[in-house]
Design a protein around this ligand. Structure first.
Ligand code: AMP
Ligand code: FE
Ligand code: FE
Ligand code: ZN
Length: 290
């Protein structure tokens, strides 16, 4: 453990997005931005997508950084959108790969329905959204936001999410996502470590009930992303207590999306001890070292 810990020099940022989902930069550029902000260990965690790993891993090791393969798997508990970070899993695991393909496929039809609905009131077309995505991207509301910006309807993603894309405006549509129990089991079964992303945000996605979180722990949950700008202070305290009681991993990350969000690489970091525990626990794939 001590020897392996030497191989990654912190600081570690374990939650960043590229244009393979809803970040605005290619994986290699995400890595360069993280490096410029002092990060030396990083995980690429695109939504429901692993295609950025090779480019990010090569860029990271070329810069002397450690790369951990990751993904942010979409899940849903009752009405809540729940994001489950998976690290160091086997991307060829049939069950997990099938689930991510199902989510990604459904997200496209859902985005088309949202755009059709917005298009009844605004000059917005599906082609506008396609123009904002790369062929690899997991399509989401951020791409619709970018299309609204390109059309001059809103100024930026924030304005789009606060307005037209907010469920209260009536254009919102859900997409298929598995139950969090299924998400945790799939990541764990694929040899990965499952960490609930930003588990205690304010508003409609607020925290899952503690008894349900305990079921996730029984199903193999590895821990919680606690240091994240959207977690509430009260929620962080609750989660730290649960994590200590169950000897779970706790992480801190930026959730960088390029220019798509104000989040900056390294604004939150994960301790060397917790990175070491993640690596020790995983069996599905290996970190990439320089
Ligand atoms: P979707 O999964 O398609 O419903 O879109 C949710 C995604 O939008 C999340 O992954 C966030 O990264 C992004 N998002 C949510 N709120 C905002 C916001 N205010 N500004 C920019 N991106 C946002
Ligand atoms: Fe996102
Ligand atoms: Fe998320
Ligand atoms: Zn994220």
């Amino acid at each position: 453990m001590a020897v392996r810990s030497h191989r990654f020099a912190g600081p570690a940022d374990l939650h960043l997005h590229s244009n393979h989902s809803d970040g605005t930069e290619a994986p290699g550029e995400v890595v360069r931005q993280a490096h410029a902000h002092g990060i030396r260990t990083l995980a690429l965690t695109d939504h429901d997508r692993t295609t950025g790993w090779d480019e990010a891993g090569a860029a990271a090791t070329a810069l002397g950084m450690t790369f951990l393969p990751g993904m942010e798997l979409s899940a849903k508990h009752e009405w809540r959108s729940v994001h489950v970070l998976g690290y160091l899993f086997d991307p060829a695991h049939a069950g997990l790969a099938a689930e991510t393909e199902r989510i990604r496929g459904d997200r496209i039809g859902r985005a088309e329905r949202i755009v059709r609905s917005i298009g009844r009131d605004y000059d917005l077309h599906w082609e506008d959204v396609v123009a904002q995505t790369t062929p690899d991207a997991t399509v989401g509301r951020p791409h619709i936001a970018d299309a609204l910006v390109a059309r001059g309807i809103v100024r930026d993603r924030t304005e789009a999410f606060d307005g037209i894309l907010h469920p209260r405006e009536g254009y919102y549509e859900p997409h298929y996502a598995p139950d969090p129990l299924t998400a945790v089991r799939l990541i764990t079964d694929a040899g990965g470590v499952a960490i609930i992303a930003h588990p205690v945000t304010a508003g409609r996605d607020r925290m899952m009930p503690v008894p349900f979180i305990e079921r996730l722990i029984d199903a193999g949950l590895g821990g919680f992303e606690i240091d994240h700008r959207e977690n509430t202070e009260a929620g962080k305290q609750t989660l730290r207590r649960i994590a200590a009681d169950h000897d779970l991993i706790v992480t801190g990350s930026s959730d960088y999306h390029g220019s798509g969000k104000p989040n900056v690489p390294g604004e939150n970091t994960t301790s060397d001890e917790m990175v070491a525990r993640l690596i020790e626990r995983a069996t599905g794939s290996s970190p990439r070292y320089p």
